[in-house]
Ligand binder design. Structure first.
Ligand SMILES: Nc1ncnc2c1ncn2[C@@H]1O[C@H](COP(=O)(O)OP(=O)(O)OP(=O)(O)O)[C@@H](O)[C@H]1O
Ligand SMILES: [Mg+2]
Length: 404
């Protein structure tokens, strides 16, 4: 397979690799102007405004490519005022009518140039907006099963980080666990709580090791491209979210290219990375987590009694010393740049059943407990003797449900 060069593969295309072409800045403005029916009159003004620096507090950005500039709200439709004044029956210089017309026009133009209005048409970065902690809590508690540690850590980490106006470094979370335990699912929930469009947002970037960094001999190229990509997109939206999936399949050393962005620097080459979020997903450490869960189970202790402090140090050390973790001897761990190691516990029979019910509900079916049990019984469980944990987590539940 040919390796795509930087210009092909790494150009931000409408927020996704390889999707439909991104609108350019003028295209976006054009679309807005068309909607406002004042295209001809304001085009010149809009183009002029694109050249101006972005104002603080009204940060509206369109992700169009690594080094794109954010776009300002369009200029107010001043010709509307003239239209009002020229309307049939209008008394040209009658003071009250003119006064009302001016009042109405300025109210209208004020409204139209307000960022909220603009952001209805174009996705905005909303740099200063804190995360809605109760909505995130509800989402995690209702949707994510059997992961009391992940729920607690992610909720605390995100709300703390987002509500801090001056974080000293970007937030870095490393999610670890057995297959099908909800790592990608949580990333989706997090993305949706940070940017309305979730994983489809132009400000959320998902990298999959085997897809985006397949060839070991190209590490240097990937590192350069990755740096450019992150630099460009953080300059467009400081609150960008970068998710690295399949970290355990990432070539050794590749991830260290992003180390400067994760450190405690105020700026790197004029750009601050402190409001960005980096999430790493990995199966590495899944065995350590399972061993701990099993020890608790065998000792007759509750799964919910496992605490983060029991697992976090074991995980960080285990991942650091694991050649196939993507973080082997990584400067990110060495320099304590990963804020939280988040363990995902292996899922039990009752959690699989919860996943089946959730899936039935999302499809609009009434919940049939017989079907729930049949689907859960089809899954395989380990260890051989006790058969406690689902070896695929909830991963094949959706497809299995199709057969019932
Ligand atoms: N803990 C969970 N709570 C609720 N649903 C879950 C959970 N874990 C998995 N699921 C369901 O199973 C699907 C697959 O899980 P997901 O892709 O998040 O697993 P993963 O941990 O990323 O696995 P892998 O390590 O194999 O990539 C999710 O989309 C979700 O529907
Ligand atoms: Mg996954």
């Amino acid at each position: 397979m040919a390796v795509a060069g930087p210009s092909q593969k790494w150009r931000k295309v409408g927020g996704r690799f390889g999707s439909s072409p991104a609108p350019n800045k003028n295209g976006v403005v054009q679309e807005l102007l068309t909607r406002l029916s004042v295209q001809a009159e304001v085009t010149r003004g809009a183009e002029a405004r694109l050249m101006e620096p972005r104002p603080r507090g009204a940060l509206c950005a369109v992700a169009m490519g690594p080094l794109q500039l954010p776009v300002q709200p369009p200029p107010p439709p001043l010709p509307l005022l003239l239209l009002l004044l020229m309307a049939p029956g209008a008394e040209p210089f009658e003071p009250i009518t003119v006064g009302i017309a001016i009042g109405a026009a300025s109210a209208l133009t004020g409204y139209l140039s307000y960022p909220d209005f603009y952001c209805r048409f174009v996705e905005c970065c909303h740099e200063e907006q804190p995360v809605n902690a109760s909505a995130l809590k509800l989402d995690l508690e209702e949707k994510l099963f059997g992961q009391h540690l992940a729920t607690e850590v992610i909720l605390k980490a995100l709300t703390g980080f987002r509500n801090n106006r001056n974080p000293k470094k970007p937030l870095t979370l490393s999610l670890h666990g057995w297959a099908g335990t909800g790592k990608n699912y949580v990333s989706q929930i997090v993305a949706e709580n940070l940017h309305l469009k979730g994983l489809k947002s132009n400000f959320v970037h998902l990298f999959v090791s085997t897809l985006h960094f397949p060839h070991e001999q190209e590490i240097k190229l990937y590192q350069e491209q990755l740096q450019k990509w992150i630099r460009g997109n953080v300059s467009a939206c400081a609150r960008s979210v970068f998710i690295f999936d399949e970290m355990d399949k990432l070539h050794r050393g590749l991830i260290d290219a992003i180390k400067p962005f994760l450190d405690y620097y105020e700026q790197v080459d004029g750009i601050s990375y402190r409001k960005a979020i980096f999430i790493f997903l990995s199966n590495a450490g899944g065995d350590l987590i399972t061993r701990m869960a099993l020890d608790f189970w065998r000792a007759g202790k509750k799964r919910e009694d496992i605490q983060l402090k029991d697992l976090e140090p074991v995980l960080s050390l285990g991942v650091f010393n694991n050649k196939n973790s993507g973080l082997w001897h990584s400067g990110l761990i060495d320099k304590s740049l990963i804020d939280y190691f988040v363990p995902f516990l292996p899922l039990e029979y009752k959690h699989v059943k919860m996943c089946v019910r959730a899936e039935m509900k999302s499809r609009g079916f009434t919940i049939d407990e017989e079907v729930v049990t049949r689907v859960a019984d089809e899954m395989t469980f380990f260890p051989k003797e006790e058969k406690i944990y689902s070896d695929k987590g909830c991963k094949t539940v959706q497809t299995r449900l199709d057969f019932h």
